[in-house]
Design a protein around this ligand. Structure first.
Ligand code: ATP
Length: 232
């Protein structure tokens, strides 16, 4: 079976900065994977290459079987992205924001509005975004990323700064999407009990992939205690 995301021997240099130094992994449909690493580990750079925003210096990237940096990349609409610092026009309501992005992406507005219920913002849809908590804004960002029901979701540090309850809600939503077949890659600074729910974990350090496996596999390798709170 073809991987939804295929990364092979990818290297990315920004002038003299070696941001990604030879990374390979494949993600399958319906997989939910946590990409863990410190600041500067190369997580955002990898996501930008998957989005086709920047090209690898060397190596191969395929998303849904295509090169995302190619001009004719036809799968772009099947990719949803939540950037690390998502910003919205505070004067718009959640509903107006979602309508705006649906029109921008040329997707049906009613379907986009229904996503507000999925992320738990149905009751707050008519409120202006400047009354939203950080968690609500993150979930609005997720609703925006979900417009057009993409097959691949890239979430850059989606739960940083959220309180534990909001983190749970956020994860409940994306876990359900993954169960329905969406491939979800989410980055985080640390492996907490929430990222453990992802099932598979890829750990990056200074541009290198240093671990990749299920939690069980990683625990066996590292002989970690059963409850882990590893800061990488
Ligand atoms: P963070 O948790 O801070 O988002 P990250 O794991 O996403 O970190 P990247 O943002 O991919 O890491 O950065 C990897 C390295 O590449 C860092 O040393 C960073 O300073 C460098 N870098 C990233 N973008 C650029 C750029 N546009 N030009 C030059 N260097 C860059």
């Amino acid at each position: 079976m073809t991987a939804t995301i295929h990364i092979a021997d990818v290297i990315k240099h920004y002038n003299k900065v070696e941001a990604v130094r030879g990374v390979s992994f494949d993600l399958a449909a319906g997989e939910m994977v946590a990409l863990i690493g410190h600041n500067g580990a190369g997580k955002t750079t990898l996501m930008k290459m998957m989005l086709g925003l920047i090209r690898p210096t060397r190596g191969t990237i395929a998303v849904l079987g295509e090169n995302p940096a190619a001009g004719e990349f036809s799968s772009r609409r099947q990719l949803g992205y939540l950037p690390e610092n998502v910003a919205f026009d505070a004067a718009l309501s959640g509903r107006e924001t979602q309508t705006f992005y649906a029109r921008l992406k040329r997707e049906p507005v009613q379907e986009a509005l229904a996503l507000l219920d999925i992320v738990g913002l149905g009751d707050a849809a008519k409120r202006r975004v400047n009354t939203y908590s950080k968690g609500m804004r993150q979930r609005l960002g997720l609703a925006q990323a979900l417009i057009g029901r993409p097959r691949v979701l890239l979430l850059d540090e989606p739960t940083t700064g959220l309180d534990p309850e909001l983190r749970q809600t956020f994860y409940d939503v994306i876990q359900k999407l993954a169960a329905e077949g969406t491939t979800v890659l989410l980055s985080s600074h640390a492996l907490t009990e929430l990222e453990e729910r992802a099932g598979r974990v890829i750990i990056m350090n200074r541009g290198l992939k240093v671990a990749d496996g299920t939690l069980e596999e990683l625990r066996r390798l590292a002989r970690l205690p059963t409850r882990i709170r590893v800061k990488v």
